[in-house]
Design a protein around this ligand. Structure first.
Ligand code: GRF
Length: 203
């Protein structure tokens, strides 16, 4: 069976690019990125998609009276494209309950910290300011709260004495580009099994 993937983005889209590249190279098989949806009109992620012939949609949240209506629009687009996996790749909004319920355990997010530490915005800066010596990134299922869902994969990187937010972010980003495609591959191949909040990897 082919997995139809939708990617939600808000910005530069380097994680989207890593998914595109890994689908094109055949590392992720039996999957198609059907649509990339942005809540930001000029997100560079949209350009990246077009370069690869992928459908895009800009949905302007300000056109809707409520978050619920905005997300209903997203859901209807996802349904038109028969989506069975939704990726949040730098999507800067908190996902609401309708979207989560409609795609229960089918939404994955990449977060630039070793959860459950440093949830939310500016995770790399939070890590630096806290003084941790190891940082990293996490791919997880999305649940009702922010960055709290069941963890699929994590990767750590060292925090160096001379690190700035930018240098640490770059080091983490390199790992994001590895574990997000890896998690997508596992999902698409049906290798992930949820037991409560524990994600088991099937052989
Ligand atoms: C990444 O650091 C991701 O972990 C976070 O937002 C950033 C998006 O970067 N959620 P990009 O748009 O994928 O380049």
């Amino acid at each position: 069976m082919i997995s139809n993937i939708a990617v939600l983005v808000s910005g530069r889209g380097s994680n989207l690019q890593s998914i595109i590249d890994n689908v094109e190279s055949g590392y992720i098989q039996n999957a198609k990125i059907k649509i990339v949806i942005s809540d930001v009109a000029d997100a560079y992620a949209l350009e990246r998609s077009k370069k690869h012939g992928i459908n895009t949609a800009f949905i302007d949240p300000s056109r809707f009276a409520s978050k619920r209506e905005y997300e209903q629009e997203i859901i209807s687009i996802l349904q038109v494209h028969d989506i069975n996996l939704v990726l949040l790749a730098g999507y800067m909004r908190i996902v609401g309950s309708d979207l989560i319920e409609t795609y229960k355990n089918k939404i994955l997010n990449i977060h630039p910290a070793l959860l459950p530490s440093f949830r939310g915005l500016h995770a790399q800066k939070q890590a630096l300011n806290y003084g941790v010596k190891v940082a990293g990134c996490t791919v997880h299922f999305v649940d009702e709260d922010v960055d709290t869902g069941p963890i699929i994969l994590q990767k750590c990187v060292p925090v160096l004495e001379e690190d700035t937010e930018d240098t640490l972010s770059d080091r983490i980003l390199d790992q994001e580009h590895k574990i997000f495609p890896e998690a997508v591959k596992m999902f698409v191949e049906g290798k992930l099994k949820l037991e409560g909040r524990i994600v088991r990897r099937l052989k």
